[in-house]
Design a protein around this ligand. Structure first.
Ligand code: NI
Length: 161
């Protein structure tokens, strides 16, 4: 396995549309392993292939229980909305408030070529949306309602008192 370089905002690759994976070969499996190692080291909860310079529809998301490998992921269902802080390993030191669905169901292919669906809520739902956006050249700053200081604790107004 290898630690990959994470591209930063301003790199054109982050703005490109990724191509679907047609065949899960050794390169894709190595990519998944390397992305996993890279994300863990960077303390992220998600990573998309274009962030490591590969224009393929591959993302990984840590849902708190395991690191999900999603090849050719597609959001097939969303429900309710949430507003909260979001950050990205490609935009270090930044944070923004983004509105996302609260619940998201994704269909994807695993490393064995088997199609599966996975449900995520809250932070995981947010990560699914954020990582799949990367595959379409979208960064969260394109969607942010406002940018905030990452050191500030974001609180939902009605949670106070
Ligand atoms: Ni990101």
């Amino acid at each position: 396995m290898a630690i990959l370089n994470i591209l930063k905002e301003g790199d054109d690759i982050l703005r490109k549309i990724c191509r679907p994976v047609e065949k899960i070969d050794k390169r894709i499996l190595t990519l998944l392993d390397d992305m996993k190692e890279t994300m863990i080291l960077a303390k992220g909860i998600g990573l998309a292939a274009p962030q490591v310079g590969v224009l393929r529809r591959v993302v990984i998301v840590d849902n708190g229980e395991k690191i999900l490998e999603l090849i050719n992921p597609e959001i097939i269902k969303t429900d309710e909305t949430q507003e909260g802080p979001e950050a990205c390993l490609s935009l270090p030191g930044k944070c923004g408030i983004v509105k996302r669905p609260l619940k998201v169901t994704v269909k994807a292919t695993d490393r064995n070529g088997k199609e599966y669906t996975v449900f995520g809520e809250g932070l995981t739902a947010r990560a699914f949306c954020h990582e799949i956006d990367h595959l379409n050249g979208i960064l969260y700053t394109d969607l942010a309602i406002e940018m905030i200081d990452p050191k500030d604790d974001y609180e939902v107004a009605d949670e106070e008192e």
